[in-house]
Design a protein around this ligand. Structure first.
Ligand SMILES: CC(C)(COP(=O)(O)OP(=O)(O)OC[C@H]1O[C@@H](n2cnc3c(N)ncnc32)[C@H](O)[C@@H]1OP(=O)(O)O)[C@@H](O)C(=O)NCCC(=O)NCCSC(=O)CC(=O)O
Length: 402
């Protein structure tokens, strides 16, 4: 007869499975669709393809928004041909959700796989060593979802533990990385592939005189995917090179702001609601959220310029609000502003581009003293809620070959 008995909770079935120390980002990859649109040509393109040139007043307004957006170019999966083939994308009174989700169901895993492949190549270990997969997207709604299709495209092992996150808006990137940190730290040997991907044809519409906020959404959002490999110690020396240690995290919700940013699905696609009070709200509240996260790790200070800043660039005015509220010197948000300029706001994917830009800037910096001065930093992103996601980072290396 078997003498086998179940372990008890106290025998440490859990504690013995924990990793040593903080998780780290071990590799980063990004990708975009090939179709690039220049911001100074966008209003003319948008009003032409939506057959709305008669709305000259709104076109002029979009041109003003484009000029102030801090964006030079974006990448979009949808093209003029695609819009011509699907006139239901333009007419809010026609059902178009099925069309939109059909387009994204095919496009999202492919774009995600392109970013993930770059991250896996940089990581340097076989794809079969990935133990967990987190996929975050506002662009898909199906089951089995984009996580399974991505796992198949990449050839991940069938035992990979998948998590699909949806509709966390722009905070989705920070949120997915927060979950990856917890998974990596609580499962020794875990290597988590995190991917955030957006193909925002779900939100594309013709201008509507009753929904002027749509003009802002059409003007600032872009498509892209960001991926990272996250793992906690021990790392494999000579193969894995930590880029940022993920030291601590927080999520705060600003009370009474549920209606300030929304993302709602309907038969005619997704509607984004972005109140023009958002930049002011950020300016009034962000410092306290950051102090609450920085105090326990001993980094709260009257002068926050000693930290590096990886802020999700929700919009130019959001970055201005961070700068004013936190008293940041010009240049502290240079990585975020550069990503906004080159790619627009790609929802959760954007923060991976910012981290990538940040480590490249650190690598290029010849000033060793300056690099050491800003060893510690903060990643911050906002989402519907208003949710404020913060992660304290410690720069470990650049992950970039000399
Ligand atoms: C849109 C802007 C680039 C415009 O720049 P400025 O504010 O400096 O310029 P401005 O005040 O002259 O505004 C230009 C024109 O845009 C209009 N305008 C500005 N914000 C608007 C809004 N939210 N809805 C509708 N219209 C808006 C103004 O009324 C004005 O119209 P007129 O010229 O006719 O007077 C900026 O305000 C910005 O970056 N806003 C933040 C965008 C945002 O909310 N991002 C968060 C995305 S959501 C996110 O990141 C979280 C998430 O999704 O989860």
């Amino acid at each position: 007869m078997s003498t086998c008995r179940p372990v008890t909770v106290d025998e440490g079935a859990w504690s013995s499975h924990r990793a040593n120390g903080s998780a780290a980002i071990l590799a980063i990859g990004t990708s975009n669709p090939v179709n690039c649109v220049r911001q100074n040509e966008y209003a003319d393109w948008y009003f032409r393809v939506t057959r709305s040139d008669h709305l000259g007043k709104w076109k002029d307004k979009m041109k003003r928004i484009c000029e102030k957006s801090g964006i030079a170019k974006r990448y979009l999966h949808h093209t003029e041909e695609m819009i011509q083939d699907h006139p239901e994308l333009l007419d809010r009174t026609l059902p178009s959700l099925r069309t939109r989700l059909g387009i994204t169901m095919d496009a999202v895993p492919v774009l995600a796989a392109a970013a993930a492949t770059k991250a896996i190549a940089e990581w340097g270990r076989p794809v079969s060593d990935i133990t967990h997969l987190i996929v975050n997207s506002n662009s898909v709604a199906a089951s089995p979802g984009a996580d399974l299709r991505l796992a198949t495209l990449l050839g991940l092992h069938p035992s990979v533990q998948r998590t699909m996150l949806s509709f966390h808006g722009c905070s989705g990137g920070c949120l997915a990385l927060r979950l990856a940190k917890d998974l990596a730290e609580n499962n020794i040997g875990a290597r988590v592939l995190v991917v955030c991907v957006e193909v925002l044809v779900l939100c594309f519409r013709a201008p509507d005189e009753t929904r002027l906020e749509d003009l802002v959404a059409m003007t600032i959002f872009g498509d892209g995917a960001g991926a990272a490999i996250v793992g906690a110690g021990p790392v494999i020396r000579g193969v894995e090179r930590p880029i940022f240690h993920m030291v601590s995290t927080s999520q705060a919700t600003l009370p009474g702001t549920e209606n300030v940013v929304e993302l709602n699905l309907s038969e005619s696609g997704a509607d984004t609601e972005m109140s023009s009070v958002l930049p002011k709200l950020v300016q009034e509240n962000i410092k306290q959220c950051l102090v609450n996260t920085l105090t326990p790790v001993g980094l709260a200070s009257d002068d926050l310029n000693g930290l590096f800043w990886a802020a999700h660039p929700g919009g130019r005015a959001i970055l201005d609000s961070y700068e004013t509220a936190l008293g940041l010197e010009p240049g502290k948000l240079a990585a975020s502003r550069r990503v906004l300029s080159e790619f627009g706001n790609m929802f959760g994917a954007t923060v991976f581009f910012v981290l990538d830009e940040m480590r490249r800037r650190r690598h290029r910096s010849c000033d060793e003293e300056e690099r050491e001065k800003c060893e510690w930093g903060v990643m911050v992103g906002l989402g519907p809620g208003i949710s404020v996601e913060v992660m304290v980072l410690h720069a470990a290396g650049t992950g970039v070959e000399d």
